[in-house]
Design a protein around this ligand. Structure first.
Ligand SMILES: NC(=O)c1ccc[n+]([C@@H]2O[C@H](COP(=O)([O-])OP(=O)(O)OC[C@H]3O[C@@H](n4cnc5c(N)ncnc54)[C@H](OP(=O)(O)O)[C@@H]3O)[C@@H](O)[C@H]2O)c1
Length: 312
């Protein structure tokens, strides 16, 4: 069993975790992306989800210019109006740039700066807490982007810089780079980034995780296409993991063995992980948003946590 698969009680952290500048981030965050960021998703419902999360103490909100081709950021910006963003941790991305109304991939400083200006405008913010490189290749991690990040920090436009990637080679290179944060994919169904996560933490980087619920593949009934949202989820998961009705049931069994609801167990596995600062989930439902935030305040017993980690 890898060393990181065993956890002692005193390694469990609280709900709010301190960041290096003293600001705090909640153990769970919300991804202002996916279906939430689509034009067909009712904005009142989108706001209700954010209101619910805020009331439950979730202060970490992740978005990007490619989500809904700017709508994810614009919607989040409309919700932020009149709120004190200094108590929130807002993150967005460059690399999947929105320029002249189109997504243009690339990390050339001129291109990403144009995209970032648009992101700040849509969000109604002067400064981003974490700006991620979205899906770079290993060769994109070089002096051009590092110098740009230095300038953005000096100009007080960003607090930290990071990479959002699920590519082990990229993450390993990030561990040896000046980047501050990595958002990777690690959850109860996907341990492929474990070694990279360990290298990043050893190098002093902050680690955030995307897809905290493993896309809820442990609830096959969630994917009966009874609404446009569920059909969208079904098509996305079929593309990603065609065998999910089988693998999902196996995962559900493993999660239920903790004695908890599978979604609760999946979230508490990440919240109780000593190497992860905050994990991002998505939802189209205010009820799920509330349940998830509340689950994030609870913990798995060490034995249950170690059993789930032992599958790594
Ligand atoms: N993997 C990636 O491609 C990627 C890339 C970059 C960033 N991220 C970050 O990670 C965030 C989360 O990823 P994600 O939304 O793709 O995956 P996820 O959070 O792992 O899963 C979302 C799925 O879980 C369901 N769900 C949520 N709460 C539930 C509950 N309490 N009970 C049952 N089902 C529940 C949702 O359905 P309902 O709508 O019915 O709740 C939805 O089907 C993103 O928004 C983004 O910020 C991910």
């Amino acid at each position: 069993m890898p060393e990181s698969s065993v956890r002692s009680q005193d390694e469990q952290r609280g709900w709010l975790r301190p960041l290096p500048n003293g600001k705090q981030v909640s153990a769970l965050g919300f991804g202002c992306s996916s279906i939430w960021a689509k034009a067909g998703f009712d904005e009142g419902r989108a706001f209700e989800i954010l209101d619910t999360l805020l009331a439950e103490g979730v202060n970490h909100l992740d978005t990007g210019p490619s989500y809904g081709e700017g709508l994810g950021e614009a919607r989040l910006g409309r919700w932020l109006k009149g709120k004190d963003a200094s108590s929130l941790v807002i993150t967005t991305k460059i690399g999947t740039n929105l320029v002249d109304g189109r997504i243009k991939r690339g990390f050339a400083p001129d291109l990403v700066m144009r995209s970032l200006e648009g992101s700040l405008e849509r969000l109604g913010l002067d400064k981003i807490d974490i700006l991620y490189l979205h899906g770079p290749a290993a060769e994109d991690l070089g002096a051009a982007v590092f110098d740009l990040f230095d300038r953005l920090k000096a100009d007080d436009r960003i607090t930290w810089c990071g990479v959002n990637s699920f590519d082990n080679q990229v993450l390993m290179k990030a561990a040896q780079s000046p980047l501050d944060v990595a958002m990777l994919q690690y959850n109860v169904a996907d341990f492929r980034n474990l070694a990279a996560m360990e290298a990043l933490v050893a190098a002093g980087k902050l680690v955030m995780c995307g897809t905290a619920l493993a896309r809820a593949r442990f609830l096959p009934t969630n994917f009966l296409p009874t609404s446009p949202t569920k059909l969208w989820y079904l098509l996305r998961l079929m593309r990603q993991e065609p065998l999910f009705p089988i693998t999902g049931l196996r995962l559900a069994k493993r999660l239920r063995e903790t004695g908890k609801d599978p979604a609760e167990a999946a979230l508490q596995y990440l919240v109780g992980h000593p190497q992860i600062v905050s994990s991002l989930f998505g939802t189209s439902s205010a009820e799920h948003a509330r349940a998830n935030a509340r689950a994030g305040h609870g913990r798995l017993a060490n034995r249950q946590w170690t059993r789930l980690a032992g599958c790594a």
